[in-house]
Structure formats: structure tokens, C-alpha cells
Ligand binder design. Structure first.
Ligand code: HEC
Length: 151
């Protein structure tokens, strides 16, 4: 409990500090950021997901994913603006669905071992790394569906 509140205070502090960074250092990034990235479609990341079958957009899943996004992601990410973390519009064009789900379910291990995530962390080293929230498979799938609508 105590550790949790220390972590929360640190995150809050980082949040406040980041506003300074946001204005100067980070403002050069913009919504075209995803387009400048090399496709990672062949990279499945590391985690329990081996394959994802995508159909046409499932609206109920999008709603669920949108709620999870507001709850667990929007403190750091915005769809179009650079917040504390990369803007996420177009991210499903760059990253494979399997990669995205593994990253959301197994964030820490991917931060330690995946070359793409490591390079991303280098780019974002002034802000706290993405928090590992160990999303369950159905949650990660819902967030993926939500992100598919933000292309
Ligand atoms: C504490 C802040 C924070 C939270 C909360 C957070 N992220 Fe991140 N996210 C980051 C940072 C920083 C990076 C850069 C790489 C890293 O640190 O792992 C990142 C990277 C990403 C990327 C890769 C972006 C790219 O351009 O390739 C995706 C996708 C992503 N996050 C999705 C999410 C989703 C979905 C959630 C909610 C379940 C979430 N993140 C929660 C900070 C956060």
C-alpha cells in the first residue's frame, strides 16, 4: 500500500514536470509520427498471443475498448496529440494486431526484450515508461478494436 502511494506520487510528479517537456522538447513530434515509422507488421512481440483474426469493426468491442482507453491509457496517451507518450492515431498501420495485444498484456517483458519497444523507450526517455497493466486478453482485444477505428 505504501509503495503504491509512493509510485502514485512519483507518477504525479512526472506528470507535472512533463508539461515543461511537452511544450519544448516534445512539440516537434506531431500526428504524422506514425507515418515516419518503419512498419513493424512482421514483429509479433513477446507474449501469449500468437494470432488474432480481424473481421469488420465490432462496435460493441470498440465501446468497451474506448472505456478501457479512457480509464487506463488516456492519462499518458492522446489519439492525435503528443501527451506524455506517442499519439496513437494510425498505430495499427505500423504495429501488428498480435504485437499490440502482447504489448498491452506483457508490457514489461517487451520493454526489456523487444528491439522496437526499446527504441521507442529511447525516444521517450524523458517521461516514465509505459506502465504494465497486464490487460486480460479480452481487454487487450477490445483496446485493439478501438485503435483500429483511429486510423
Ligand atoms: C504511464 C504512461 C502510459 C500509460 C498509462 C500507457 N502508456 Fe502506452 N506508452 C507510454 C510510453 C512512454 C510509450 C513509449 C514506449 C514505452 O515506454 O514502453 C508508450 C507506447 C505505446 C504504444 C506504441 C506506440 C508507437 O508509436 O509505436 C502503444 C500502442 C501504447 N503505448 C498503447 C497504450 C495503451 C492502449 C494503453 C492503455 C492500456 C497505454 N499505452 C498506457 C506511456 C503510457
Amino acid at each position: 500500500m505504501k509503495i503504491k502511494s509512493i509510485i502514485q506520487s512519483l507518477l504525479f510528479l512526472a506528470f507535472i514536470l512533463s508539461f515543461g517537456f511537452k511544450l519544448d522538447n516534445l512539440s516537434r513530434f506531431n500526428i504524422t509520427i506514425q507515418q515516419n515509422k518503419n512498419s513493424q507488421k512482421a514483429n509479433n512481440g513477446i507474449g501469449p498471443i500468437k494470432e488474432v483474426k480481424l473481421g469488420s469493426i465490432d462496435k460493441r468491442l470498440v465501446e468497451k475498448g474506448s472505456d478501457i482507453f479512457n480509464d487506463k491509457c488516456s492519462a499518458c496517451h492522446d489519439i492525435d496529440d503528443v501527451n506524455l507518450a506517442p499519439a496513437l492515431r494510425g498505430v495499427t498501420k505500423v504495429l501488428s494486431p498480435v504485437f499490440i495485444m502482447n504489448y498491452l498484456m506483457n508490457t514489461t517483458e517487451m520493454q526489456q526484450k523487444d528491439p522496437y519497444v526499446k527504441s521507442l523507450m529511447q525516444q521517450w526517455k524523458k517521461v516514465p515508461v509505459m506502465k504494465d497493466q497486464h490487460l486480460k486478453k479480452d481487454e487487450a482485444r477490445a483496446v485493439l478494436e478501438f485503435l483500429r477505428t483511429k486510423n
